[in-house]
Design a protein around this ligand. Structure first.
Ligand code: ADP
Length: 271
């Protein structure tokens, strides 16, 4: 590089250097965008054939057969195609989140209301392992600007994990919180916990902590990377607090919507 661009410090050379770097950055951004688009397209195209395999296997399983081997084969096809359908869905969400998808509609919603909507599903999931689920709500109204469906999906990822990595009869606590300009939730469990060395890595795609205690139950290691991208769409952050064997707490923080500003903007828009 020093041969091609001798940095004697003239403005001309510095300009050329910064132009080159900017050009390279643009090209990297374009390639990245293409990869995300390819993943999105490929996952989207795979959805239909996998759905067809699934429904056909379901149909065939319903029709009577006395051939044990056929029935077992069909069950396997059904199981694997369900597994693939979930994986495709996850990849699609990830690709959409990492591309510059500006089409996600943003709305104003209330944090507690949205958490309430998830709680019912979360409770029945927790019950499958006799895990108790406590919810501590804020008494005040907490407005957020974002996409409510995506927000609820996000919350469910943390609850799903809390249930998955907490043994039978454990405890999960979901707390809604609010401060001056931030708000969010904490999902705390009494499960197997995560060693500090893995706190960063668990957000990487396909990473799963490999210990004898980690249940092998069909997780892909994509949940938290999806969560990270969904939180990013809302301008928020995730923090993990955990030690191995000591349970885990995931805290998500979002900017709180400024209700006064929203009202003023909409009043101005109406004029
Ligand atoms: P998955 O749960 O499908 O494996 P995730 O990306 O959601 O994928 O999580 C990555 C890894 O982080 C998990 O495999 C698990 O090892 C660890 N992990 C996530 N949540 C928890 C939790 N609440 N308690 C303990 N370990 C967790």
């Amino acid at each position: 590089l020093s041969k091609r661009l001798p940095l004697r410090g003239t403005q001309d050379e510095l300009d050329r250097l910064s132009n080159t770097i900017n050009h390279m950055l643009d090209r990297i951004a374009v390639s990245y965008e293409r990869i995300a688009q390819f993943t999105a397209d490929a996952s989207h195209e795979l959805r239909t054939p996998v759905a067809l395999i699934r429904s056909n296997a379901e149909l065939l399983l319903m029709s009577p057969t006395d051939n044990q081997r056929t029935a077992e084969g069909l069950s396997d096809i059904l199981l694997e195609s369900e597994y693939m359908a979930r994986l495709i869905g996850d990849l699609l969400t990830l690709a959409r989140g990492s591309g510059s998808d500006k089409s996600i509609p943003m709305e104003l919603f209330e944090l507690g209301e949205s958490i309430d909507a998830v709680i019912a599903r979360a409770r029945s999931l927790a019950e499958t392992k006799k895990i108790t689920l406590a919810y501590r709500a804020e008494t005040q109204i907490v407005p957020i600007r974002g996409n409510r469906d995506i927000f609820e999906r996000l919350l469910m990822i943390f609850i799903d994990n809390a249930v998955r990595y907490t043994p039978q009869e454990g405890h999960i606590e979901l707390t809604e919180w609010v401060s001056n300009d931030l708000c969010g939730f904490i999902v705390r469990d009494t499960g197997i916990g995560i060693a500090a060395a893995n706190h960063q890595r668990i957000f990487e795609r396909f990473f799963r902590v490999d210990t004898a205690r980690t249940p092998r139950d069909g997780g892909f290691g994509l949940g938290l990377s999806i969560a990270k991208s969904l939180v990013g769409m809302h301008g928020g952050t995730i923090r993990v607090d955990s030690e191995l064997g000591e349970g885990a707490a995931f805290e998500v923080a979002f900017p709180r919507a400024d209700l006064k500003k929203v009202l003023m903007d909409s009043a101005q828009g109406a004029r």
